[in-house]
Design a protein around this ligand. Structure first.
Ligand code: CA
Length: 226
């Protein structure tokens, strides 16, 4: 999130973290572009009125490649602004924003837009992801294996959602750490291993196969067959 209103930043961050998202914050364009260059983000919440630049310029820079962006063109951009003139909304979308939210907004609407933008790469447009006998309702935060509901923590849910977006692929530990935890997490932490471990146990308990496998030295893979 690149936004300079501290109260708003804290409210949005707390709300998103509560929903299981990992959030990094920059209070101006310079700090924001630095983070974009080094971390692979899924979504950018971008304020238009920044102290040192216009959010339009950041958006255009990411899209035309003049700003270094580790996430590349896959980065989703949601613009946040107090400007509600039609011309600003049109310009935001023309500069490459994926969506646009006018302040003040209700948090549930921000959350719904974030979910909608993030599931674009999860193979479906709906809020429900399905892989084998696993079913994940991202709007209701409910996970099922067959008929059994899984009791998952927010982090376990976020990890499962990430793996379900890439079934059959080995997801490196560092990639999970980068997408599901924030930048303040120690890269040498064992939190990923511990979280995947408890998640795998919960998923295994209610089925006949483990589904999530560790690929030694590489990462984790969600099996498509159950
Ligand atoms: Ca601002």
């Amino acid at each position: 999130m690149v936004e300079d209103e501290e109260d708003l930043v804290e409210a949005i961050r707390a709300g998103l973290v509560h929903e299981g998202y990992a959030v990094d914050v920059a209070y101006d364009a310079e700090a924001g572009t630095e983070k974009l260059a080094t971390n692979t983000y899924d979504l950018l919440l971008l304020d238009l009125g920044l102290p040192d630049a216009d959010g339009f310029d950041v958006c255009r820079g990411v899209r035309d490649g003049s700003l270094s962006c580790a996430a590349g063109t896959g980065l989703r951009i949601l613009m946040l602004t107090a400007r509600d003139r039609l011309s600003d909304r049109v310009r935001g979308l023309d500069e490459g924003a994926d969506d646009y939210l006018v302040k003040p907004f209700a948090f549930p609407e921000l959350l719904a837009r974030v979910r909608a933008l993030l599931r674009r790469d999860s193979g479906g447009r709906g809020a429900v992801l399905t892989v084998g006998d696993l079913r994940l309702d991202t709007a209701r935060h409910e996970a099922f294996r067959g008929d059994f509901q899984l009791r998952l923590t927010r982090k376990e849910f976020a990890v499962l959602q990430y793996l379900m977006g890439r079934p059959g692929h080995v997801v490196p530990t560092e990639e999970l750490l980068e997408h599901v935890w924030d930048e303040h997490t120690d890269p040498f932490t064992n939190t990923v291993r511990v979280t995947v471990g408890t998640l795998r146990r919960k998923v295994s308990e209610v089925g006949t196969t483990p589904l999530i496998e560790t690929v030694i030295g590489r990462g984790y893979r969600l099996l498509e067959e159950s």
